[in-house]
Design a protein. Structure first.
Length: 103
């Protein structure tokens, strides 16, 4: 689907829905660890810029929870190029575009 958008509108910015990315990262996390993992990944998607987000992702990946749940870290890694356009927008606008469901 993103490829179709880019083919039709080559100047469009296509991003991954942050809500879906978070859900995808939590798919294989044990229920008892979900709050801790959610807290640990929040600095990634709330980072002020892509460079800081990458450092936060690396910190999570190398943390005890990241090692225990590598699929959670890999969800961000696999979607990175489609996730980082989100970080180029100011925080006030991110609150509106963090999910693509209503767009």
């Amino acid at each position: 689907f993103p490829e179709a958008i880019e083919a039709t509108w080559p100047l469009a910015t296509v991003q991954t829905c942050v809500v879906h990315l978070i859900r995808n990262s939590m798919r294989f996390v044990n229920y008892k660890d979900r709050k801790d993992v959610a807290r640990a990944i929040k600095p990634i998607y709330t980072a002020p810029d892509a460079e800081t987000a990458r450092r936060e992702w690396e910190a999570f990946r190398d943390s005890e929870l990241g090692v225990k749940y590598p699929s959670a870290a890999m969800a961000f890694d696999r979607s990175w190029d489609r996730f980082i356009p989100f970080l180029a927008f100011p925080p006030e606008l991110r609150k509106v575009i963090y999910t693509t469901n209503s767009i």
